[in-house]
Design a protein around this ligand. Structure first.
Ligand code: CTP
Length: 402
């Protein structure tokens, strides 16, 4: 049933942790490979030795072992697993996950996990119904994490209500169904270029013309594509973002000329190119070799010339079997402007962001997009976290290969 499936279980400090011994046993019986990571407080409810014995793997709790000679690679753990199941998920861990806290190995693994994450809350009924818990659950769902809802029943406090962790048998059923229905994306193995971030056009050795692009949308797209098995070539301008996904090869560039050089090198062999970068449209004609000193500076303007339009070049050189996707950031007359870009740059579809939508644009973690196809089909999406927006774009892209 679950043979060849690798399941990482995260156990947190809740009385329901004692049921994880049975959960591990059931998963191992179903032929899954199971590894367990615990928070330190979870060890008060079930012993690491019990879970290590049942899972046949060392139970991981700390970053380092006792002698401090080894460290547990949380990135490797998340990359290893087909699914990360956090059960029981206490109110405390739920809140930390929703807010990006990282004060134990389980949370570091969660933050770096590339695999789908399922979480099974367990807590007292009032805690489960509290507004902050509901908000934290909604936040995790907006990250694409899947809840295994708590059930109604008798709780450790003696009260009766909602908050009981789903029973191990039910969790096994949900995980089995999840892993067996997970479709293989048609994008698996496809070679996809994603451009991201801003470009910096040098004026002198210390100054440049740049823009406010954070790169978040492009990185989210690269990760979402990599998660469905695409081989991603991410060409990114200067950002503070990093990705360690094994399916992503990153080329870091500074200027539009660098991005053009990388894109023209990689484009002929790609299946899809998605240009999410905010490439400068103009660059200084000359770059001063030394810092321009203000007392010697007689210039009152900088002479500019147009940069290469990378997306336009891709459109002109597009083969029949290549799909080309652009982004458009508009402030007015959005849809007609975006349609003009589809035609001018020979795109299959364009992702339109309007700066008129609150919460959309460079500085936000959220985005509201409209996808417009070359056949003028207009698809409107709600305001979402950029990761969820990336998933929407990836799902739309999949339809081009069916
Ligand atoms: N783009 C590019 N190279 C450039 C400029 C833009 O690859 N030198 C790409 C962007 O990555 C984006 C799309 O073209 O996918 C739209 O860019 P945008 O600057 O919004 O449109 P332009 O065609 O430059 O038109 P305008 O600035 O007049 O809106």
């Amino acid at each position: 049933m679950l043979s060849n499936k690798k399941i990482l279980i995260g156990v947190t400090g809740s009385i329901a942790a004692y049921k994880i011994a049975l959960l591990v046993r059931l998963l191992v019986k179903a032929k899954a490979t199971v590894r367990v990571v615990m928070t330190p407080s979870a060890t008060q409810f079930v012993t690491p030795l019990t879970l290590a014995t049942l899972s046949k793997h060392e139970t991981l709790i700390y970053y380092t072992n006792e002698g401090q000679t080894n460290w547990t690679n949380h990135v490797e753990l998340g990359a290893w697993a087909d699914v990360f199941l956090i059960a029981p998920c206490s109110a405390n861990t739920l809140s930390k996950m929703a807010n990006g806290l990282c004060d134990n190995l389980l949370l570091a693994t969660y933050l770096s996990a590339k695999c789908p994450v399922l979480f099974a809350p367990a807590m007292d009924l009032d805690m489960y119904a509290h507004g902050s818990t509901l908000r934290n659950i909604a936040t995790l769902q907006s990250y694409g994490n899947i809840i295994i809802p708590a059930t109604h029943g008798e709780l450790a406090s003696g009260l009766v209500g909602e908050g009981r962790m789903a029973e191990p048998e039910e969790i096994v059923q949900i995980v089995t169904q999840f892993l067996s229905t997970k479709p293989t994306s048609i994008l698996k193995g496809k070679n996809i270029i994603v451009t991201a971030g801003p470009t910096y056009e040098a004026i002198d050795p210390v100054r440049f013309i740049g823009n406010n692009s954070s790169g978040k949308m492009g990185f989210a797209l690269a990760e979402s594509l990599a998660n469905v098995g695409a081989q991603v070539q991410l060409i990114t301008g200067p950002t503070h973002l990093i990705t360690t996904h094994p399916n992503i090869t990153t080329t870091k560039i500074i200027s539009s000329d660098d991005m053009y050089a990388a894109a023209t090198r990689l484009y002929p062999t790609c299946n899809v190119a998605i240009c999410a970068a905010a490439v400068a449209d103009y660059k200084p004609i000359t770059i001063a070799t030394e810092k321009i000193k203000k007392e010697k500076c007689l210039i009152s303007h900088i002479e500019l010339t147009q940069t290469h339009d990378i997306l336009k070049w891709m459109g002109e050189n597009k083969k029949n079997n290549q799909i080309l996707v652009g982004f458009a950031l508009e402030t007015n007359n959005e849809v007609p402007n975006a349609i003009k870009k589809i035609e001018r740059k020979n795109l299959d579809f364009i992702v339109l962001n309007s700066l008129q939508n609150a919460g959309a644009g460079f500085k936000y973690d959220t985005n509201q997009i409209t996808i417009i196809t070359k056949h003028n089909k207009v698809l409107n999406f709600e305001l979402k976290n950029k990761k969820a927006v990336a998933n929407d774009i990836v799902h739309h892209l999949e339809t081009y290969f069916k």
